[in-house]
Design a protein around this ligand. Structure first.
Ligand code: ASP
Length: 331
């Protein structure tokens, strides 16, 4: 796709993915992912402009409906919508009628009845976004449903890695840590495999999701309990947060033991760098510094953590743009 100018960003893209919703990373094939990432690269240029505003979604209304805490995702969807000139409203569970006992369905139908064009939803229940998409006419974007999926996170991760590594086809990405409680891992697996990357999931046996072996066997990705064996061949290492809020029991003996086995410590950063000076480090945030990632690694030159945040705005602009812009021309 040839680079487009700001003027063309104000009109529908030629290769636009025409799905109504973004609920799962599996909604997107390779060409659709590439179209979103190409548009995101163009959207990214808005960030360095003095006037960060495109008229693309003028007159459209986007509601961010967040039933779980969020810093990055919610604010980046808000900025993304605003930079595209949409009217953006944030509704969070705290402070909404949900705290008075209103059901998800009633809350969603109430908001939709106001004439909303897109609903960006985060909820602690897996499948919540899929359910909401059946209730409303608005476009629905899954901004994280429980331990299930987080498709825009996977897109921004792919975008950030691609910026440094180039095409991800054949690149080796190690995804490390609390796989059981992570929605990021499922979406990343789908997107990275669709893009042709080689993936190894690394976790202690207690944090390997049940049933992952069958998926790995059918899709051809690797599983490992040995981070030190995987690191030397990795082009990218994605560290996942230990999600204590979703843990009901003891998944590892002590924080110290977890770090010794699965943390990206300073010695491991050195191993990674020695083996591949161009390797990059990702973390979706929020980070538990000192647990799954040492400050040395989080702040290293190879770390993409802040690039991921910056990419998040561009990718979410692109997603809103692909879903909403010029939809009247959709068949
Ligand atoms: N921010 C990501 C998510 O919402 C990762 C995390 O919370 O650990 O899933």
């Amino acid at each position: 796709m040839s680079p487009t100018t700001a003027a063309t960003l104000e009109t529908p893209p030629t290769t636009r993915h025409t799905k109504r919703h973004l609920l799962s990373s599996a909604d997107l094939d390779r060409d659709q992912i590439k179209a979103i990432l190409d548009t995101a690269a163009e959207m990214h240029t808005v960030q360095s402009r003095e006037v960060k505003k495109l008229p693309t979604l003028r007159g459209r209304t986007v509601v961010n409906l967040f039933f779980e805490d969020s810093t990055r995702t919610r604010s980046s969807f808000e900025i993304a919508g605003k930079w595209l000139s949409a009217d953006v409203i944030n509704v969070s569970a705290k402070g909404s009628s949900t705290s008075k006992g209103e059901s998800l369905r009633d809350t969603v139908l109430t908001i939709a009845a106001m004439g909303v064009d897109a609903l960006v939803i985060r909820h602690s229940a897996s499948g919540a976004a899929h359910q909401v998409a059946q209730w409303v006419d608005a476009h629905v974007v899954n901004a994280g449903d429980g331990m299930h999926e987080h498709p825009t996170q996977a897109l921004l991760d792919a975008y950030s890695m691609q910026q440094r590594l180039g095409d991800l086809e054949g690149r080796h990405v190690a995804i490390v840590g609390d796989l059981t409680h992570s929605r990021v891992v499922r979406s990343n697996l789908i997107t990275l495999r669709t893009l042709g990357a080689k993936v190894t999931l690394v976790a202690p046996p207690t944090l390997m999701p049940s049933g992952i072996g069958a998926w790995a066997a059918s899709d051809g990705f690797e599983l490992s309990h040995d981070l030190d064996a995987v690191l030397p061949t990795a082009d990218a290492v994605m560290m996942l947060r230990v999600q204590r809020e979703r843990m009901s029991g003891g998944f590892f003996p002590t924080a110290r033991e977890y770090t010794v086995g699965y943390g990206l410590t300073r010695p491991r950063l050195e191993t990674l760098t020695r083996a591949n000076p161009d390797a990059v480090i990702c973390h979706p945030g929020p980070m538990n510094r000192g647990l799954e990632i040492a400050a040395d690694a989080a702040d290293a030159a190879q770390s993409l953590v802040l690039d991921q945040v910056s990419a998040g705005v561009a990718v979410r602009m692109s997603v809103l743009y692909h879903l909403l812009s010029g939809e009247e021309t959709q068949s």
